[in-house]
Design a protein around this ligand. Structure first.
Ligand SMILES: *[C@@H]1O[C@H](CO)[C@@H](O)[C@H](O)[C@H]1NC(C)=O
Ligand SMILES: *[C@@H]1O[C@H](CO)[C@@H](O)[C@H](O)[C@H]1NC(C)=O
Ligand SMILES: *[C@@H]1O[C@H](CO)[C@@H](O)[C@H](O)[C@H]1NC(C)=O
Ligand SMILES: *[C@@H]1O[C@H](CO)[C@@H](O)[C@H](O)[C@H]1NC(C)=O
Length: 350
């Protein structure tokens, strides 16, 4: 009997503890940056927990205290913590700072522009104290040594160099000695890799002795080889007209520039008739010498049968060839000598 009472008592005690253990609060789940002051596993109903901000965070409103309810649930958490801000980073010269935020744990990535070398740390992070972990780096210009200067050439810098220091982008142009031809880059500059651009080569170039031209001559008859840029002058025989430039130059390719052409004069191939040349009306037999220079114009007269009037038709001398317009009708001897007054050139003009 006593044993039984004891047993019941034991049962009651164990029942009581089992029930009370189900109504405890576990660890509250906390928003980021929020932590508990005391790290306790279980809380009794009615017990409270005090919240605080983690390092790097600042209190941003809400109640510090949460309470474990009779049902084993925590009261609503209103406590808020915001990450601390670091000061906005300054721009860096010849580089850039990339970041998406400037709060605790944010990072800045620094990069330098092409031709600049980063001196310092390429990243910095915002620490819990609200300061950046590293000072911004410095972007230093790439430097080149002395530029290569090929044989028989010189370099003319865009601006005076300071000592023997040539920074990225510093440049100049090459010049070859007299009568030498440049093959390659005319300009030089200090590149991002710290090396100068490939220099050119200066070489002599010769052109063969200049050749004669038909109906013309070389004014200074020196039949020898000429070097680059040397010039020779041509002339045309009397009454020949030059087409092109009188001077030719020895070019980089070792060839002369295009030689001029001497264009031939024309004769007016009619036996009887009147022509208009240089604003003068002349009978063909009075046109002495019968010669029209290349590119000049000559007009003959045609008849407008309907209106019975005459009109001039011009024709151009092209390198020895002058075409008489088809409307021109050469008169027979009788008409020309006896009736010249009725020729198209003599009657009323249309
Ligand atoms: C910084 O660089 C790291 C590694 O290259 C990259 O994962 C990160 O996205 C970069 N951050 C920014 C803000 O560009
Ligand atoms: C920073 O520099 C290190 C080497 O010094 C490199 O491995 C890393 O990619 C760089 N990070 C960025 C964001 O440029
Ligand atoms: C430059 O001139 C020197 C001496 O005259 C010669 O030894 C060298 O081969 C030349 N270099 C070139 C690229 O022509
Ligand atoms: C000359 O031409 C005219 C017509 O225009 C003609 O009547 C005459 O017979 C010609 N004379 C000669 C010699 O051909």
């Amino acid at each position: 009997m006593r044993l039984r009472v004891y047993f019941l008592l034991l049962l009651e005690v164990s029942l009581h503890t089992a029930v009370s253990s189900t109504i405890k609060c576990g660890r509250p789940s906390l928003p980021s940056g929020v932590e508990r002051k005391v790290l306790q596993r279980l809380y009794e109903p009615g017990e409270d927990a005090v919240l605080s901000c983690a390092p790097g965070y600042l209190h941003a409103g809400g109640s510090r205290v949460i309470v474990c309810s009779n049902t084993g649930e925590w009261s609503t958490i209103t406590f808020k913590c915001a990450p601390k801000s670091c000061p906005p980073p300054d721009d860096i010269a010849h580089g850039k700072a990339e970041f998406s935020d400037i709060v605790f744990t944010s990072t800045i990535n620094y990069t330098c522009d092409e031709g600049y070398i980063l001196n310092g740390m390429n990243t910095s992070s915002c620490m819990h104290v609200g300061k950046w972990s590293h000072p911004p780096p410095v972007c230093e210009s790439v430097r080149c040594g002395l530029p290569p200067i090929p044989n028989y050439s010189q370099i003319i810098f865009d601006k005076k160099p300071v000592g023997n220091i040539f920074e990225f982008g510093f440049g100049g142009r090459y010049e070859c000695g007299p009568h030498l031809v440049m093959f390659g880059n005319k300009r030089a500059f200090c590149q991002a890799n710290g090396r100068w651009t490939e220099p050119p080569e200066c070489r002599p170039v010769f052109c063969p002795a200049p050749t004669e031209i038909p109906n013309g001559f070389i004014t200074l008859a020196v039949k020898r080889m000429h070097s680059y840029k040397e010039r020779v002058k041509y002339g045309c025989n009397v009454n020949y007209v030059m087409d092109g430039l009188s001077e030719v130059e020895c070019e980089k390719t070792g060839q002369w520039s295009a030689k001029p052409v001497c264009r031939a004069p024309c004769t007016v191939n009619i036996e009887r008739g009147r022509i208009l040349h240089n604003a003068q009306k002349k009978w063909i037999e009075d046109f002495e010498p019968n010669r029209v220079l290349h590119s000049e114009y000559v007009a003959v007269y045609c008849l407008n049968e309907e209106k019975e009037c005459g009109y001039p038709v011009a024709s151009q001398c092209v390198d020895g060839s002058l075409k008489i317009p088809e409307c021109f009708k050469e008169p027979n001897v009788t008409n020309y000598q006896m009736w010249s007054g009725s020729l198209p050139s003599e009657i009323d003009m249309c």
